[in-house]
Design a protein around this ligand. Structure first.
Ligand SMILES: [Zn+2]
Length: 640
């Protein structure tokens, strides 16, 4: 092992070693008081989480492959520690002995949830069961890593020899994809290639090829890994007394059970299906303008046709819209808006004080009321071996009096250069706002005493709601006008264009929603089925037919690159579930607009700042002045 790798390994494992030492100390305590035992336990979790976060982040973003490998090893070590801790009977007994009857509500909640999670892990089961559970968790971590790694590294693509076949694609895309020495133009399955190609390329056969390449990533190899994952999860659920993994994993979530999740999906699907049929008819009509004999729309034509319908019927051409979104302006606008609505400022941190893992990463301290309340890192552009999606990664979970929250945005937006303005699709702008919503939640909510109540550590199926809600700020003229200017003329984005974009966005909502239901049904269904008899491909075909108007495309194996099956397992439904809440959270803004600071401050203080210190349903009720309901979501889904 080289020096840099050795150094990283030491740094990465430091928290874990401290956590191990704290465990020994805690078990040896004679007085099991809140200050002695619970505080130490909190420190232990904080130490372990710093190793875990650093390893989790670096395994996805470090430019050096050898360091990414060390980070993955470190992640496995931490995960092993967590599995052992979750089943640590001595620790459970020590914590259960702490008397919290006179403590504050946060402390009582921390104590009660800690013991509940211990029981959910199986700490009260016989030794041989606990041993088996530990082995299962270790195996699952390794398999999950393999599954994800394959998706990141299995970059496929198509080669084009005739440049005329790039017709329809924007000039900057063509300019950045010149033929190589052999005269071949390579288009990969990475998003900065894939998304524009599927949206704009006029060549139907090439879109089909790229679609199949994209949906073949992972392939049979990952399908086999997935079988092993599903089998181990089913065994774990059974050992813990649940009929299947879906029931086990949802038991402590807002939704409560696999059955209720399935009912929820059916309810949303029934609402969205008529709209999806209308969308499909419209796409087919559009297809017939170029191919009069067409009788059906293929999945690889959907995005391209949607763009054409939007351009023709709603006068929205995505290639025109993107002229208003050069990356540097969007970022500046996002920082300005969040400063205003949350009363914050961002102070750049010099690379000398804190050198980031890559030269393009921007670091800011977040300041509120003159005080530093956290730090954010923006790692926004693609590079080899880096995570392919957009996500917020924690680097430090905030713990009051111990450490400030630090979070990282990991995205793959085009990188501006002297010859390239780095134009974003409007979808990218929405993604940037979405992920920043997670970052704000992490930073603003990261000031609890107990780490398991810090920031985004709320119920799993609530986590997306604040981010989905914050997308709205990327959809209104009064907020967009603050930063969206044409990159050559400087013209502010016209209000009529934004209104058209909003109307156009509703086109395709039906097909997009049923597509989400299809994905959620895979995620839930795979985890309710018996893995021994589940034929994944057959099931995916069946669900696609049941829920979406688009036929399965032979040669594809979507589930083999469905990365969320690792982290979300059965819970992909959460995107739709939290959207119900997100739409409701917007109702107080209806009359006052999104920049009404009395409303944004109330939202900040009642929903984001408390983090996970109370049930999400209570926080939402506090802000809305009533329980959340389906009304706003149904209106959103049904209205034109
Ligand atoms: Zn999200």
């Amino acid at each position: 092992m080289k020096k840099a790798e050795q150094q990283f390994r030491t740094e990465c494992l430091a928290g874990l070693h401290r956590a191990q030492a704290l465990r020994t100390e805690l078990i040896g305590l004679s007085a099991r008081t809140i200050d002695e035992a619970l505080d130490r336990y909190n420190q232990l979790l904080t130490a372990a989480s710093s190793s875990n976060a650093l390893a989790g982040l670096m395994s996805e973003v470090h430019p050096d492959e050898a360091i990414r490998d060390v980070a993955r090893e470190c992640e496995q070590e931490v995960s092993k520690f967590y599995s052992a801790l979750a089943l640590d009977r001595e620790m459970y007994d020590a914590l259960a002995a702490v008397d919290v009857s006179a403590a504050d509500a946060d402390t009582q909640r921390f104590h009660a949830h800690t013991l509940r999670d211990y029981r959910r892990a199986g700490v009260d089961r016989p030794l041989e069961v606990r041993t088996r559970l530990e082995t299962i968790d270790e195996e699952l971590t390794k398999l999950g890593q393999t599954f994800s790694k394959t998706i990141s590294e299995d970059v496929r693509g198509i080669e084009i020899t005739d440049p005329a076949r790039l017709a329809g694609l924007p000039a900057d895309f063509i300019a950045s994809h010149p033929p190589d020495d052999d005269g071949k133009i390579k288009i990969t399955t990475d998003y900065p290639d894939y998304n524009p190609f599927m949206t704009y390329a006029a060549d139907d056969a090439l879109r089909q090829d790229l679609y199949i390449a994209f949906r073949s990533r992972g392939d049979q190899g990952n399908e086999e890994i997935l079988t092993q994952i599903l089998t181990l999860r089913a065994e774990k659920a059974s050992l813990l007394g649940y009929p299947n993994w879906a029931d086990y994993i949802t038991a402590d979530k807002m939704i409560g059970s696999g059955e209720r999740a399935a009912e929820f999906l059916e309810r949303v699907w029934k609402l969205a299906a008529p709209r999806a049929e209308q969308d499909y008819t419209e796409l087919l009509r559009q297809l017939k303008t170029v191919d009069p004999k067409a009788t059906k729309v293929a999945d690889w034509q959907k995005v391209w046709l949607e763009n054409l319908v939007k351009r023709d019927r709603y006068e929205v051409d995505a290639s025109e819209v993107r002229q208003y979104f050069p990356y540097p302006r969007v970022l500046a606008g996002l920082l300005e808006i969040t400063s205003e609505i949350f009363e914050l400022s961002y102070r750049p941190v010099s690379v000398i004080d804190a050198p980031p893992w890559h030269a393009t990463v921007l670091t800011y301290d977040v300041i509120r009321g003159g005080e530093r309340i956290g730090r954010i890192y923006l790692d926004m552009h693609p590079r080899d071996g880096k995570y392919k999606h957009a996500a917020q990664f924690p680097l430090k979970d905030g713990v009051r009096g111990t450490q400030l929250p630090e979070g990282v945005l990991v995205c793959n937006f085009p990188q501006p250069s002297p010859t390239d303005p780095g134009l974003l699709e409007h979808d990218d702008v929405v993604t940037m706002f979405h992920e920043f919503g997670h970052l704000m939640h992490h930073v603003l909510g990261g000031h609890q005493r107990w780490i398991t109540q810090s920031g985004v550590a709320t119920e799993w199926d609530f986590v997306e709601a604040p981010s989905q809600m914050f997308e709205e700020w990327a959809w209104r003229h009064d907020t967009l006008a603050r930063f969206a200017r044409h990159h050559t003329t400087g013209e502010v984005i016209p209000e009529a264009l934004v209104e058209n974009m909003r109307r156009a966005d509703k086109f395709g909502l039906g097909t997009a929603t049923v597509q989400q239901i299809f994905y959620a049904a895979i995620s839930l269904g795979f985890h309710r089925a018996d893995p021994a008899t589940l034929d994944q491909l057959v099931e995916v075909k069946r669900l696609q037919k049941k829920y979406t108007p688009f036929a399965y495309v032979p040669g594809t194996r979507f589930h083999a690159s469905f990365g969320h099956l690792v982290g979300y397992s059965a819970m992909y439904y959460t995107y739709q579930w939290s959207l119900v809440i997100a739409k409701d959270l917007l109702t107080p803004f209806a009359s006052r607009g999104l920049m009404a600071t009395d409303v944004t401050y109330a939202y900040r203080d009642k929903v984001l700042v408390p983090g996970g210190s109370r049930d999400a349903a209570e926080l939402v009720k506090d802000f809305l002045g009533r329980d959340y309901d389906f009304t706003a979501y149904e209106r959103f889904l049904v209205e034109a």
